[in-house]
Design a protein. Structure first.
Length: 203
């Protein structure tokens, strides 16, 4: 009984946490954190941002916000104070690795903004500017070498397929931030009920 109770409580806790991440999986791509497309990470193919463009994005962020703390040292001291103007990144002619197409720019804006519900409620903290091109940064967790290949995308979609819905055919494209948040809220209520019943003590 103790093992089963702990397993159920752990499952609810994981589901609660993952529901917030999934509210960030279906991004407008790059891929990765709302499984819903509304945060810019998993959207139409044309919105995917190739890893080769991440250096230009990081340099743009540093150029605008590195010196806000009075020291230009390659580090954005307070990312939350950085208000990026992304328009200069828009390609004015032929597309290169130094600029973004309009769909890519729209996706980037959504990634920086973070997922929100239809009423405007912020679900997850936004992604901070700076460090986009670092080895363990966006390339691995948000962007991926190709669409739908980032670690965030792989972990999030598999968790929801096999642990939340028990459906290998579940498709993040039909998911919404609002639905994922309602799922998280329901599991939060379930965890509170278990705690009131004293089930958490057996763990």
């Amino acid at each position: 009984m103790k093992t089963a109770s702990c397993a159920l409580l752990l499952a609810a806790t994981l589901l609660h946490a993952a529901s917030f991440e999934v509210a960030s999986i279906k991004p407008a791509s790059p891929d990765e954190a709302g499984i819903s497309g509304e945060d810019g990470r998993n959207g139409p193919p044309e919105s995917y941002i190739p890893p080769a463009k991440l250096r230009a994005i990081e340099n743009h962020a540093l150029n605008q916000c590195d010196a806000l703390d009075g020291v230009k040292d390659g580090v954005i001291e307070n990312p939350m104070a950085c208000r990026l103007d992304l328009l200069p990144l828009l390609c004015r002619g032929a597309e290169t690795n130094e600029c973004l197409t309009q769909p890519q720019l729209d996706a980037l804006a959504k990634i920086y903004a973070g997922p929100k519900t239809s009423s405007g409620q912020q679900v997850n903290p936004c992604f901070s500017p700076g460090g986009e091109a670092e080895p363990t940064g966006w390339n691995a967790w948000i962007d991926g070498a190709r669409p739908e290949s980032s670690m965030g995308y792989l972990l999030g979609t598999r968790f929801f397929k096999y642990m939340v819905y028990n459906d290998p055919n579940w498709d993040y494209r039909i998911s919404t931030v609002d639905h994922n948040m309602s799922l998280a809220d329901e599991n939060s209520r379930m965890r509170r009920r278990w705690k009131i019943r004293g089930w958490s003590r057996v763990c």
